[in-house]
Design a protein around this ligand. Structure first.
Ligand code: FAD
Length: 544
């Protein structure tokens, strides 16, 4: 029997795969998405992890939105398909030694007063820091939507692209270039030491530099990670703002899936791909083979999987240029992240800000990262091969706004924590993960003594489960570390950062390409645009 045939097959139904499919289908392409799991969304997923309490739903992995550009929201009409965001409240840290810090981004006077409790000098510096970051975001923000050129290539088209990029930045002065250089090369700790003096403020601002990163705040390059997490907005035009999607992160993927279907995309779940097929001779991608042996053909294949799976398993080293295969083999993909999801009978009652009634400090990030040294210690533990004794945690309580996730009066709390040893991606370590989660909960209990008693259910997801169940190899949350050597024209390999691959007809929409990771959809959009442009070009060539 002849294999089913499509204009485009997208491997992986995470949010990027769905974005790619929607853009392809908008041009009239008959498009199929193949997703291994029983549901779409990938790391953007809302699940009910407790079979005896299905009324509680959690954003099991990713938990807040910021990076999805307005272009994609508008092109795919995501609001019409159910995309709705509640902007997050302030940053909040209650300190084990007493007191708290609430950073109000909206209200400069309140932010000043809060910071001045710890350091007047830092309170004066804070608006200048925000303005400095804003200036850098003006430079770096547009780069997120830029297709990286193949720097060093002598092909006329590549040279032209490199020159265009340089020309676009001709207005930058010496000082701005120096600031960008600092941001790209410094550790977040050294950068913050240049600006601030109090451990409390430095702890607060260091968190974004280490989210999802296999590096403590003293490692070079972490300043950029902070910028990556600080230059988006949730559509409200507020730099670095984050928000909770109604229905959890799975609802974002659902909105994209709904838009894709409205454009004619077919989505198959429970359909793991085992191989990408190539034409003998030309090596062009011709389709895929599913794990059950079913063969499907397509003129264009887009993969949104981790590059090690996509290229080393699905295409095969023997079908790739040796340099490219080596680059993918050397791709760094560690995180040491553990996600802890909790169902709570009541809100945390902080000694520093008492009350279980919903208050402003429950509505943003509810952190356990009291200083840079605290964060660094957690990393050193993991790098030395032990789970952190006192992990740091980026906590949020989405039910402060979103009442669709848990019954009235109860809450969901999501704790994004680091670190366990990166090698834990190879083994479940379930007992040790439970003990690690106990310690995270203890640290919150020290500052909110009702916390432990309020926990109704808990769900602990470590690197092994992230790799096995979600395809996040090495447990890295971004399909690959955001380290300097894996950014922009190097993401995921030099010469192939334009969402194309060494295999003609195969495109890359993974978070391991430029602007990924995060739930930003940019890799999906760019891969689709590259495929569409190439098809138009070859159609024009055929007509000539
Ligand atoms: C714990 C955690 C917290 C995070 N927090 C945030 C956050 O708060 N905000 C944010 O913006 N980002 C966050 N991220 C990062 C973000 O979630 C990811 O970068 C993004 O979701 C990746 O999307 P993707 O579509 O590129 O890949 P994925 O979501 O990984 O999608 C790939 C899909 O391919 C499927 N697949 C795998 N193998 C096969 C196969 N053989 N055949 C078919 N399908 C297959 C997978 O099941 C998956 O659905 C977090 C990630 C994690 C893990």
């Amino acid at each position: 029997m002849a294999a089913d045939s499509y204009d485009a097959i997208v491997v992986g139904g995470g949010h990027n795969g769905l974005v790619a499919a929607a853009y392809l289908a908008k041009t009239g392409a008959k498009t199929l998405v193949l997703e291994a799991r029983g549901t779409t969304g990938g790391a953007a997923t809302t699940e009910a992890p407790w079979p005896d309490a299905p009324e509680f739903r959690v954003t099991r992995l990713s938990y807040v939105m910021s990076l999805l550009p307005a272009t994609i929201m508008n092109d795919l009409q995501l609001e019409r398909h159910g995309y709705k965001i509640f902007p997050m409240g302030p940053y909040y840290q209650a300190f084990p030694e007493g007191g708290s810090l609430t950073l109000y981004e909206e209200d400069s006077q309140r932010a000043y007063d809060e910071i001045a409790k710890w350091s007047k000098r830092d309170a004066d510096a804070y608006p200048k820091w925000n303005a400095w970051l804003g200036g850098l975001a003006d430079v770096l923000g547009p780069l997120l939507l830029t297709v990286p050129p193949a720097i060093g290539s002598r092909k006329p088209a590549d040279l032209a692209a490199t020159l265009r990029l340089a020309w676009r930045h001709r207005g930058l002065d010496v000082r701005t270039i120096a600031d960008v250089t600092r941001l790209m090369t410094m550790s977040i700790a050294d950068l913050l030491d240049d600006w601030f003096e109090s451990p409390q403020i430095k702890g607060a601002l260091a968190v974004n530099g280490v989210i999802g990163t296999w590096a403590g705040p003293y490692e070079p390059g972490t300043a950029y990670v902070m910028a990556h997490h600080s230059i988006g907005d949730v559509g409200d035009g507020r730099l670095g703002s984050w928000g909770f999607p109604e229905g959890g992160m799975g609802a974002v993927a659902d909105a994209i899936a709904s838009s894709a279907r409205a454009n004619g995309v077919t989505i198959r779940t429970g359909a793991p791909v085992a191989k990408i097929t190539l034409a003998p001779g030309s090596g062009r991608a011709t389709g895929v083979v599913l794990a059950n042996g079913e063969e499907l053909r397509a003129k264009v294949v887009v993969t949104s999987l981790h590059p090690k799976t996509a290229f080393l398993d699905h295409v095969g080293r023997e079908n790739l240029p040796a340099d490219f295969a080596a680059d993918i083999e050397h791709w760094k993909t560690r995180s040491g992240v553990v996600k802890i999801n909790l169902a709570l009978a009541e809100l945390p009652d902080f000694t520093a800000n008492p009350g279980t009634n919903l208050q402003e400090h429950h509505t943003g990030s509810v952190e356990m990262a009291p200083s840079m040294e605290y964060i660094e210690r957690a990393f050193i533990d993991a790098r030395e091969g032990r789970p952190a004794l006192r992990p740091f945690s980026d906590g949020v309580i989405p039910t402060a706004f979103d009442r669709t996730l848990s019954p009235e009066g109860t809450h969901i709390m999501s704790l994004f924590t680091q670190w366990v040893p990166s090698e834990w991606a190879a083994e479940p370590h379930q007992d040790e993960l439970e003990k690690y989660a106990d310690r995270v909960i203890d640290t919150y209990n020290e500052v909110a003594p009702n916390f432990k008693g309020a926990i109704l259910h808990r769900d602990v997801v470590g690197p092994y489960e992230m790799e096995q169940d979600y395809g996040l190899i090495g447990g890295n949350i971004f399909h690959g570390e955001l380290s300097l050597e894996q950014l922009f024209h190097m993401r995921p390999a030099p010469g192939f950062a334009d969402y194309r691959t060494p295999v003609p007809g195969l495109y890359n929409a993974s978070s391991a390409t430029h602007a990924g990771g995060g739930v930003c959809g940019i890799p999906g959009m760019q891969a689709a645009k590259a495929a569409i442009a190439d098809r138009r070009k070859s159609a024009r060539a055929r007509r000539r």
